[in-house]
Structure formats: C-alpha cells, structure tokens
Design a protein around this ligand. Structure first.
Ligand code: 5AD
Ligand code: SF4
Length: 437
C-alpha cells in the first residue's frame, strides 16, 4: 500500500484545493494517512495571508527533516500560496533543502505530472507558473467535508485591498462557466450532499468576465432551482459590490441560507480608504440595512482587522462602535500582519505590537459579549439542523442551522448528513445544546 498525508493551512478555498490534491493522489493509488512515518508523500498546502500561517508551516516542514533523513524515498512537497509569493520558493528551498517539490497555486492541477517527474527523474525542483488568467480544472476531487461540499465559482481577486497578498498569489478574477458549476452541484446533490458552499474571493464579481456576462444572483437562483433538499451557502461577498438582487434571491429561495459573510475590516472611513476597500463606514451600514430590510432574519458574520497602519484610537473606537451597532452573528478578528509586496507594507504609521494586542483583546471581548447575548435568544427555539458529525470525544452530534449556529445534541441513531429538528435547551457561553423534537 502507498500512503499520503496533506497538511492544509488557510481558507476554505485552500481546504477545497487540498481535496483536489487528494483526488490526484488517490487516483495514483495512494491512501490517506495521518501518520508522517507511514506517508510516502507528504504535501503541505500552505497559506500566506498572515505571518503566523507562514510560521506554522515553517515549523511543521522543519520538523520533517529527521524523517526525511531516515527515509530518503519519502516525498515532501510544499505548494499553494506561500511559495507563489515573490522569492519565497527559493527561500523555502534554501531553508529546507530536503523538500522534493515546491509548486505554486497555478500548478496544483499539474501535481500528478510533478510527482511523476520527481519519482522518475529523481531531481528536486521548483515549479511556479504565473498563469494568472487561466482555469485548470481537476477531474477528480476527494471530498472530505460531507454532508457539505465546496464548489468553486471563480478564482483569483482583482480588488487589491492594500493589506492583502491574495491578488498577488492567486491571480486575476476568472469565473467558471455557469453550466460547469450547475453540473457539479447537480452531481453532488444526486450523490447525497446536503449543503453546497459556493467559493470565490469576491462572489459579487462573479460572471463579469464571462461572455455574455452573468450576475451572481442569476447563478444563485439557477443553483437553487436544482431539484432536491439541500442548502446553499456562499463566500465571500464584498460590501462595495453586493447589490439588492443578491438579497432578493436569498429571500426568494428557501434553499439559500439566510446568512451572509460580509467582511467589514474596519469601522473607520479613514482606515477603509487606506485599505482601498472602496466603501465608507456609512455605505457599509447602508448595505447592512438593505440586507436586513430585504431578508429580515438574515444572519451576518464578518471579518475585522485591528492595528492597520495609521489606526489611531479614534479609528479603533469607530470599529468598536460599528460592531456594537451591527451586532454581528459572528466575527473573525485579526491583528494586521504586514505582507511584503502589498501597498500597506510600505505605508507610514505602523502600529506598535502592544497596542495591536490591546485592541484585539477589546474587540474580541466585545464580540464575545454580543455572541453570548445572541446565543441566549435561541433558548426554547426549534431549529432545523443539518448534522455535520458525531464528535467521538464528546460523544455528541454537532450540526448547524441555516444561520450557521452550531448546535450540540444526542441521538440514539446515526443522523449525520440528515436534517433534524432540535429544540434549544441550553445556551452555555456561545455553545448551544438541544434535543431532537
Ligand atoms: N493581516 C491580517 N489579516 C488579514 N486578512 C487579510 N490580509 C490580512 C493581513 N495582512 C484578513 C481579512 C480577510 C481575512 C480572510 O483575512 O480580514 O477578510
Ligand atoms: Fe486562502 Fe489567502 Fe491563505 Fe491563500 S493566502 S490560502 S487565498 S487565505
């Protein structure tokens, strides 16, 4: 038997790309393992969005030196966003000369060829292309997130937010053909998947590059018209681009979850300008009003960053006041991390690490109190839950409602992948517990 292991860092886009790499490896006869010792091929699918993602990868790759020394035939491959950055592949090679293959985000679909090249020719190599405009599809995807499945609607990003490395490592926006997307969703639903997660760096730009153009809302309604009981989610929307048609489509179709991930980044118009987000605090709040007017029970989550260059106390207070005002159903909070090659990297006014830390603690505290307040409102409610997993450690089933709220409950029979009705009996902090009704 031949074995492989994949270590994934970063976003859902990356998780899905690891599923594509798994597909390639399983087609070649490799079996998944969690063991570094057993694995004949170990792939690191890396992220570079923040410094700590890179540091973790460096640590984990370095830890394999001993194993590679003991077994020269073990193949170690490092791919994805990290080596796609300027000069990073060479840095990786110099730091870890034992890596066999270093490949970029645009070389993922070639992984079969890359692996064979290494096995047959025996030479270590780097393959990073700058093919920023094309789409290379993978024919087989080994999915790992049942009952949920990822489907790319587009690749790349054109926004160039001044803090963000993504446009540099993932190329320009390019949309998949709607017929390909619909065919993939149909196959997934027919084979039992209950949740389709449409992926794009900025789904509101979907279809602008197609001929004829297609609106994201049109794609959404076509996905929702596919037969079968399943949920539709999508990430991420951009406040500058979202329009009422998206909200109306969410409202119109039961299958589309009343839920949206709507990254704000900052509550200060000054900082938003420096970030090149192309909306003001007021415009963001207007979009929130629009979403809540059209879809009154919509759940809204966000991404927020603290410590961007030039963020003064007043700017940070604007972020806190926006968070208080909107009462997000959830927030991913980040400390700004300078990324070489981005505009913000060379801006003046970088913020002291100590201040950044104080700000993130304040922000997290505020959001936690909102989370607790929101969680307590669920007490006594009955929700339709799609069951994701049975957690062996806690001996409990875990699922989510359409708003994305995680719910824990017991069941006598296996209900993973099913929709069940759960009445919420306990809200402990932000965790919800309930029982089947
Ligand atoms: N530093 C910190 N957070 C970042 N993000 C993107 N780039 C950076 C950076 N340089 C955050 C943004 C984005 C999320 C995916 O990651 O909030 O929405
Ligand atoms: Fe995802 Fe961005 Fe990280 Fe790449 S750099 S894995 S696109 S979050």
């Amino acid at each position: 038997m031949k074995y492989y292991k994949i270590i994934t860092y970063g976003c859902q886009m990356n998780e899905h790309e690891s599923e594509k790499l798994s597909g390639i490896l399983e087609n070649l006869g490799y079996n998944l393992t969690g063991s570094d010792e057993l694995a004949d091929v170990i792939v690191f699918n890396t992220c570079c969005i923040r410094e700590n993602a890179e540091q973790r990868a460096y640590g984990n790759i370095g830890a394999l030196k001993r194993l590679k020394k003991a077994n020269k035939n073990k193949i170690i491959a490092v791919g994805g966003c990290m080596p796609q950055q300027k000069d990073k592949a060479e840095i990786l090679r110099d730091k870890f000369p034992f890596i066999d293959i270093i490949f970029g985000t645009h070389n993922l679909a070639d992984f079969e060829r890359l692996l064979k090249q290494r096995l047959e020719k025996g030479k270590k190599f780097i393959e990073i292309s700058n093919d920023e405009y094309s789409i290379k599809e993978c024919s087989f995807v080994k999915r790992s997130t049942y009952p949920s499945a990822y489907v790319n609607v587009m690749y790349g990003c054109n926004n160039f937010c001044s803090y963000c490395i993504v446009p540099y490592v993932r190329g320009r926006e390019r949309s998949r053909n709607p017929e390909d997307i619909l065919a993939e969703v149909k196959t997934l639903v027919e084979s039992g998947y209950k949740e389709i997660n449409l992926l794009g760096q900025n789904v509101d730009s979907y279809g602008k590059d197609l001929n004829p153009k297609v609106e994201f809302s049109t794609l959404l309604s076509r996905v929702a018209e596919i037969d079968g009981k399943f949920r539709i989610r999508f990430i991420s929307n951009h406040p500058k681009d979202i329009n009422e048609n998206v909200a109306k489509t969410i409202k119109k179709y039961d299958k589309i979850c009343n839920s949206i991930h709507f990254p704000v980044q900052s509550g200060s118009t000054k900082i938003l300008g420096l970030m090149n987000r192309k909306y003001t605090r007021e415009e963001y709040l207007e979009k929130i009003d629009m979403l809540r007017r059209i879809v009154p029970d919509i759940k809204i989550t966000t991404d927020i960053m603290v410590g961007f260059p030039m963020e003064l106390e007043d700017d940070f207070n604007d972020t806190l006041s926006l968070v208080e005002k909107v009462e997000f159903d959830g927030a991913f909070t980040f400390v700004y991390s300078p990324r070489s090659g981005t505009k913000a990297y060379s801006m003046d006014g970088h913020i002291d690490e100590k201040i950044k830390k104080e700000r993130i603690v304040k922000l997290v505290d505020l959001q936690n109190s909102i989370n607790r307040k929101i969680a307590s409102k669920y007490l006594g409610k009955t929700l339709e839950i799609l069951v994701d997993e049975f957690n062996l450690e806690q001996q409990i089933y875990i699922g989510r409602d359409e708003g994305g709220k995680v719910v824990h409950f017991n069941s006598d029979k296996n209900v993973v992948g099913e929709f069940v009705s759960i009445r919420i009996t306990k809200a402990s902090g932000i965790s919800l517990y309930g029982e089947i009704v």
